[in-house]
Ligand binder design. Structure first.
Ligand code: FAD
Length: 627
């Protein structure tokens, strides 16, 4: 008999990054009994790794900033494929979410007159990123955790138990969502998973689940993402009947470490460029001036002199091209390396040493200084860094209602990186931390209010639980199965080689046939050893998630015959206004295959359209739309 630990909650939040914690706080404030589940240790999520800051139009450093400018920048960054309503809510609510963090105990860096300081970042017209040196994510997570502890202390006073209404289950992986399908309507009934340390199974009965599981970057070898990011939330949503949108759009951050090979992909924050760093090729040329696309020409400097003046006089000069949106900079670096002007390790140079005094670099970029000193023996106050593109962020994700974060299945919500739409085809740096605060709060609020509408709680179906147990145990029962590490490496090769930063029809077709072979092999994955802390078994279970999410990305990338944001087709190098009107949507067929369909994107309301010049809209929209 398999033993299953059972719990009963109103709202289960899967993921303890910023989105998950913010959702959990909101649901608990609404009086609900809430579980927070995290695959990794509590406090270790991508959110904690965020360096540069959280974008919010507070106007503290340049009073011209406001939500409308932020909205415009976000839409431009996403090349107008964003869900406009999400971009609007995000731009309007981000400042309040940042200020609220300070009421929870956060302390952001200050301007001379004591306001929250804001720094420049790519694609943001004004200094907009609230930050704490280059360790902003750490402060964000620390503060949200502190708020959770303070709520638990209230619960201790009221109910005699710290965990009465808010409990954290760390190192616990959810492998399946459970549905009540009585009456032909799918409703969330709970979630099933295992404790990583003991291998024991655990069942959470709950009518509402918030997915806040972050990204998918481990499907690539060169990535800034850590081991947990295997697209679990994306895959859980698909299997529960929700849809994914925009999966072709992956952000390759322009600056990951390229040397030494063991640390290839680790992020070099955009703040280095925001604070004055410039990109140079192996000939010493500052090359970004050659790569300003027409749609951005008006906003970016044409000469190094103008670009350098901008740091001290932004009102009378245009921005340096190093601060173009990330997709543009990543493609430019890729082109320089391909043209033979890269470094020996296949990157370019990022130089802040010759541009800022050592003391300033140490003060503003302490983590970067230590990262390079310890991992590459490079002193960034004296030498340039070597950098190149690294898989960083997925713009695609679970299709959600913009206001409620509902994922289209009753009781299922999604927020943060796992959700799609907000960032369109490309995310601006800093917009993720604010996104997860804005939509994390909304997801928690609406998940809680959904549970108020229920007459009867949905019922967990024992057959689904038995199937989840069997699925989880199969790799352990298989003798001589495929090795999970080999499978992961093969999958990463397919994605890196054939569905990477520059894509071509033939290669994408090949990727789909290689993924289909991998699908068969993953069905035969085996893991040696038992259930007690067994990373090989854990990876074996993650692989089916990585596979289905990769299939969505490859299928959508083959279908979208244009280049836009985080999707570049060598055979269709231009943006096409007709494709701007289309979201590619992935769902699962009853057999578990990925079904891809076209869906029109919501039309922007006239008041929001009026925020743009018609001449700018003409660069993105069809004549019919404009008329
Ligand atoms: P995460 O913070 O990624 O948390 C996901 C959680 O889900 C984790 O707790 C994980 O353990 C859990 N989880 C996953 N699968 C399961 C499962 N099956 N069962 C249970 N739990 C699960 N963005 C910015 O805006 N500004 C920045 O300066 C910035 N810098 C960055 C630097 C780095 C190095 C990286 C990697 C990203 C950076 N980003 C930045 C992006 C940003 O940090 C992430 O997009 C964001 O933190 C995602 O938050 P999240 O809450 O959605 O998920």
């Amino acid at each position: 008999m398999i033993n299953i630990e059972k719990h009963w909650y109103d709202v289960v939040v899967i993921g303890a990054g910023g989105a998950g914690l913010r959702a959990a706080i909101e649901a608990r404030l609404a009086g609900k009994k809430v579980a927070i589940i995290s695959k990794s240790l509590f406090g270790k999520a991508h959110t904690v790794m965020a360096e540069g800051g959280a974008a919010a139009a507070m106007g503290n450093v340049n009073s011209n900033d406001n939500w409308m400018v932020h909205f415009r920048d976000t839409m431009r960054g996403g090349k107008f494929l964003n869900n406009y309503r999400m971009a609007e809510l995000h731009a309007k609510e981000a400042p309040e979410r940042i200020w609220e963090l300070e009421t929870y105990g956060a302390l952001f860096d200050r301007t001379k007159d004591g306001k929250i300081s804001q720094r420049n970042f790519g694609g943001h017209e004004y200094p907009r990123l609230a930050h704490v040196g280059d360790r902003t994510g750490l402060e964000l997570i620390r503060t949200l955790q502190q708020k959770i502890v303070s709520l638990q202390q209230e619960d201790k006073v009221q109910h005699g138990d710290y965990q009465a209404r808010l409990r954290v289950f760390a190192e616990c992986t959810i492998t399946e969502l459970l549905l009540d399908e009585t009456g032909g309507t799918k409703r969330i009934a709970g979630a099933f998973g295992y404790h990583r340390e003991s291998g024991e199974f655990v069942l959470f009965e709950a009518p509402a689940v918030v997915l806040a599981t972050g990204g998918v970057g481990r499907s690539y070898k060169v990535t800034s993402n850590s081991w947990e990011y295997t697209g679990d939330g994306h895959a859980l949503a698909l299997r529960a009947g929700a849809k994914l949108i925009n999966m072709e759009f992956l952000q390759f951050h322009p600056t990951g470490m390229v040397w030494p090979p063991s640390v290839r992909g680790i992020l070099v924050t955009e703040s280095v460029r925001g604070d004055g760093g410039v990109l140079k090729n192996s000939e010493g040329k500052r090359f970004m001036f050659e790569y300003v696309p027409d749609v951005f020409r008006k906003q970016y400097a044409e000469t190094p002199e103008e670009a350098d003046r901008w740091y001290t006089d932004p009102d009378n000069n245009r921005r340096p091209p190093e601060l173009l949106p990330r997709d543009e900079v990543a493609r430019a670096i890729n082109s320089e390396v391909k043209a033979g002007r890269g470094t020996k390790a296949g990157g370019v140079y990022l130089d802040i040493a010759s541009r800022r005094p050592a003391a300033e670099i140490l003060k503003k970029l302490p983590s970067m200084y230590h990262q390079f000193k310890e991992l590459a023996d490079v002193d960034i106050t004296a030498q340039p860094m070597e950098v190149g593109p690294t898989c960083h962020y997925v713009m695609g994700g679970v299709e959600v209602d913009p206001d409620t974060a509902s994922a289209g299945v009753l009781g299922l919500y999604a927020a943060g990186e796992v959700s799609g739409g907000m960032h369109g085809s490309n995310r601006l740096g800093g917009n993720s931390l604010s996104d997860l605060l804005v939509f994390g709060k909304r997801a928690g609020e609406y998940a809680a209010s959904y549970t108020d509408t229920l007459g009867k709680r949905p019922k967990v179906d024992d057959k689904q639980v038995a199937a989840a147990v069997e699925e989880a145990l199969t790799p352990l029962a298989r003798d001589g199965g495929e090795n999970p590490y080999t499978l992961q490496s093969d999958l990463q090769d397919v994605m890196g080689d054939l569905v990477g930063i520059i894509r071509r029809k033939g290669e994408l077709q090949e990727s789909l046939s290689r993924l289909s072979e991998l699908r068969e092999r993953i069905r035969k994955v085996g893991a040696t050893g038992g259930r007690r802390y067994n990373p090989g078994w854990h990876l074996a279970l993650d692989l089916r998630n990585m596979l289905v999410v990769s299939e969505c990305t490859a299928k959508a990338a083959l279908e979208r015959e244009e280049s836009r944001g985080g999707h570049t087709r060598e055979d269709f190098p231009k943006m096409d206004a007709k494709w701007r009107q289309v979201n590619l949507v992935c769902a699962l067929t009853p057999d578990g295959d990925v079904d891809l369909t076209h869906q029109p994107i919501p039309t922007m309301t006239p008041d929001l359209l009026a925020l743009f010049d018609k001449s700018e809209l003409a660069k993105y929209m069809t004549d019919k739309e404009l008329s």
